[in-house]
Each structure stands twice: as C-alpha cells, then as structure tokens.
Ligand binder design. Structure first.
Ligand code: ASP
Length: 361
C-alpha cells in the first residue's frame, strides 16, 4: 500500500486541511456534539395551516389559510399568499421592488412543489414578470419540464398572457445606485458630495437586517402539503445568478407523506447541501420539524470550510433560516446563526409567531 493509500494517513491529511481551512482553529468545531441551544419549541396546529418566513410571511399565511378554509386548494392558497409579497414594492427581497442585480436589472427566482403529486415547477432569472410563482406553477402544470430560466422563462410567461412590467422601483434603483457609487474609489462613479442627498439610508438600515425571500408551505385538512419559495435573490448578484429558491431540494421541498420545508438566506449553502430535501428526509426518519431544521444547519456548518466563509472560530460567517411542517401539523424552524429569527404560522385560530432555534450564537 502506498503512503497516500493508507486510510489513516489520508484522514490525517484531511484533518490537517480542515484545520488550515478554518484558519488554524480547533479541529472540533463548537457545534459538534453540542446539545442545541433551544429545542422542542415545535408546536402543533390543526390543519388547514400555513407557515412562512417570519419577517415578511404574515400576509401570506393569513391569505393561504383563508383560501383553504373557504374550500380552496392548498396550492392556490400558498401561491395567492406569496403573491402579496411579490406585488409589494416595500418588500425589497421579492418580486416588484426587489433589489436588482449588478446591472440594475431585477431578476426573479421562484418554485412551487406539490407534495401530493411530487411535481414541481420553477423559474430562474426571470425578468419583467411580477408573479414568478404563478409562472413556476404553469411550468409544473403546462409543460413536461421542471425549470425554465431567463429568456425562455420570459417567453413562456408571455405565451400565457403575463404582462411585462418594470419591476425596478425608485427605492430599489436608488439603493443600487448607492451601492454602485460606493463600491470602489477606483472607478468612474462617485457618490453625492453631500451624504444627506442619499434618500435611502434609513430605510436601508431597517431593511438590511432582513434576509430576503419568502417561503410558504401549507397543509390542508385532507393532508395535502405544498410549498412555494419566491425571491429577487442575492442583492447585486451577477446577471444570470440563480439561487436556491427555484431549486427543489435546496430552497423548498414537499412530500405529502412527510411534510415540507423551505429556506431563506445564503442560497449557495442550500444548493451545496440540498438542505430542504435533507430536512424532509430527517422528518421522514422521525425528527421533529425543528430538529430536522437544526440538522440542516449542522450539515452546512460541517461542510463550510472555505476560509472566506468562516469566522475565527471556524464557524460559517453567514446565515440561513429554515421553516418546516410535518403531516401531523407540527411546525418548527431553525437558523444557522442566532439573529432572533422567527416564522409565522396561521391556522383557524389566527396568526402565531414561532421563534427559530439556532445552532450558533
Ligand atoms: N436564498 C436567496 C438566494 O440565495 C436569498 C435570501 O433568502 O436572502 O437567492
């Protein structure tokens, strides 16, 4: 056996590389074997119920449950719910009013998944269409495909009668301009001489604490489970960058036999760990929604080794949030780093806020 084939030797090499990647931090990161900071805050609700991201999901869950209570379909309910955010110019992370890409163009990602049929539809980098989640649904229902992107997605939307609109609001444009003008001292763009000329500052500070995107999942009284995620994605992203939101298994997943999960936050981490799929599979194996979400956080923490993505303790320096429900109406969520994140739940009794558990302080 050669030296490099010796398993104990390659393990040593691996650990050495891991230590180096973590900037020399201890080999056993803080989260390993640690009992989670908050567990068992899962709560149970009587269906019909809907869950969504806490910072922007209240109107969506309310609408979704209203529709289900009036005999409407769960998928209609959750899509109508997130349409409210897609139309809202003040939600700068979804649809109309979303923060544009580096060229100043709003590009939207969205997906729907029907856990009853295991079908899904998605659009990526879609421009000029206010309701990408509706287009995603049509990809699922009116094509043999699961994902359409860019120009092809736009043509498909036009084919179905969607109107093209300018999605860039003045507020988002001004914010983008400010970003562009302050990006570098070594280019031809200058910020205003008087910083008070910047009208967007205070609104921006308020918004910056928000992670973008809306995720919404629903469970109807017949046990049907569906999920939707829709977003304008990473701020100032490269044109054509597609995040986790329209990728089934990454930004959302639903299986009526088990439950549903979805996410907001750093999409690349979910793309690389298929976090929403992992959460549903953990629930299939018996984890509660919150436990399953914490497992996804743990997986991301374990797999994040690139120095630019870790802090001095070797922990991920970004955040990701997860929201999940199971077929019994149990609901819970978690975030990678503590930021007082929450999720919204609606049922017949009204709207509830549930605190997310967290893996790291
Ligand atoms: N997950 C979204 C993306 O990566 C962004 C976010 O939720 O903040 O596109």
């Amino acid at each position: 056996m050669s030296r490099s084939e010796n398993p104990s030797n390659s393990r040593r090499e691996f650990l050495k590389r891991l230590t180096a990647a973590a900037g020399g931090a201890a080999l056993t990161p803080a989260w390993v074997s640690k009992s989670f900071s908050k567990t068992s805050s899962d709560r149970s609700f009587e269906p019909p119920l809907a869950i969504a991201s806490g910072f922007n999901g209240e109107p969506a869950v309310k609408k979704a449950v209203e529709i289900m209570q009036n005999g409407g379909d769960v998928l209609d309910g959750i899509i109508s719910g997130v349409n409210i955010q897609e139309e809202d110019p003040d939600d700068m992370t979804v649809g109309y009013g979303g923060v544009p890409n580096e060229k100043g163009v709003v590009q939207l990602d969205a997906a729907v998944m029907d856990g009853r049929t295991h079908e899904s539809g998605s659009v990526g980098a879609l421009e000029n269409i206010m309701h990408p989640s509706r287009v995603a649904r049509l990809v699922m229902e009116r094509t043999d495909h699961s994902l359409l992107v860019g120009e092809g997605a736009l043509r498909f939307a036009r084919m179905h009668g969607f109107k093209e609109e300018n999605l860039l609001t003045d507020r988002a444009r001004e914010r983008w301009l400010e970003w562009k003008e302050t990006l570098s001292d070594d280019d031809n763009y200058f910020p205003p001489e008087n910083p008070d000329d910047n009208q967007t500052g205070s609104l921006w500070e308020e918004f910056e604490s928000h992670h973008g995107t809306i995720h919404c999942s629903g469970l109807d009284a017949n046990g049907g489970i569906c999920a939707v995620t829709t977003t304008s994605g990473l701020f100032y992203k490269m044109p054509g960058r597609v995040g986790d939101s329209p990728i089934t298994g990454a930004g959302l997943f639903a299986d009526t036999k088990v439950g549903a999960a979805g996410s907001t936050g750093r999409g690349e981490a979910n793309l690389q760990n298929l976090s929403s799929f992992l959460i549903v599979e953990r629930m299939r194996m018996g984890d509660s929604p919150e436990e399953a979400c914490l497992k996804a956080c743990e997986r991301i923490a374990e797999n994040t080794k690139i120095p630019r993505l870790v802090n001095e303790k070797g922990e991920p320096n970004f955040n990701v949030r997860f929201y999940a429900l199971n077929r019994d109406g149990q609901v819970g969520g978690a975030e990678l780093r503590s930021s007082n994140g929450s999720m919204k739940v609606a049922d017949r009794s009204g709207i509830h806020t549930i605190e997310l558990a967290h893996l790291l302080e």
